[in-house]
Structure formats: structure tokens, C-alpha cells
Design a protein. Sequence first.
Length: 159
Amino acid sequence: MREAPTPLSRRFGNWCATAIVVTTTLAAAGAPPAPGCCCLAQGGSYVCGEKTQADCLALQPAAPTFPKLTDWKKAWNEAAAASKAHEAKPMQGGWIAESCEKAEARIGCCCFPPPLTGARGQNDCKPGLSEFDCRAECALLRDGRQPSGCTWTVGACRP
């Protein structure tokens, strides 16, 4: 004996329920992280590169975030003015929720300070990095070497 066909309204209701579950699941997965502009500060200068907010905050966990590049530039200029006036306002990088105006594209040589093993060694240099990537790698040093000991120069590494 064959079952009676399911009424159209019940089949449509089942389809709607399935569509809602699938849509909710996809929304919960989230969209891929949006790229933005990550700026790193060192001394009185900065360098920026295209990074997601998560990548930028991994490099500098306490970095502020800004909705617009103009907001970050205003904060940078205020910090620079305070620094010149010898006020205690640190120069900071940050993450901006829009594309970088001008990302660093020059490639060069990044040299890290020698290890702290007591042996007098030469700096460890890595070719083919942008200034942003050099500063980012130096910010991640966790072996006692100071990120301020890193240097970056345009062009090839010299022995």
C-alpha cells in the first residue's frame, strides 16, 4: 500500500525549516576576516601593511583600532606633537578598518640582533622582506633580544 502524498504546505514548511538552519549555520561560520591597514611604530616613524585585524593585534596586542585612516593619522600627529613637546604620550601603531593609503612595497634586508648567548656573533640577516614585515618579525622576538636592535635596509643583504 502506498502512502498518501504529503500536502504541499507541509513540504514547503520542511523546506523553509531546512533553509533557515542552513542560513543560520553559514552566518555563524562568519565571513572571512576583512583586510585593513596595520601600522607599526618604532621611534618617531611608522610603516604600514595590509593585514587583518587579528594578524595586526597578534603583532601588537594593545594597538588601538580606527575606523578610518584619517582618524589614525590624527592620533599619530597628536602623539608626534606631544613627543616634540616632551610630554609622555607614546607613539603607537594601530589597525585601520580600511585599505592602506600607501603600503610599503620596497624589498630589502632585515637584520636581527645577535643572540644573547654571550658569544659575539654577527647579526642574523634575512633577505627579501619589506620594512613592514621586518618590523613585524622583530616585534615577535621572544628570546630576550630587543626589537629595537633590528635594522632594515633597501636592497640585498651584504655579508
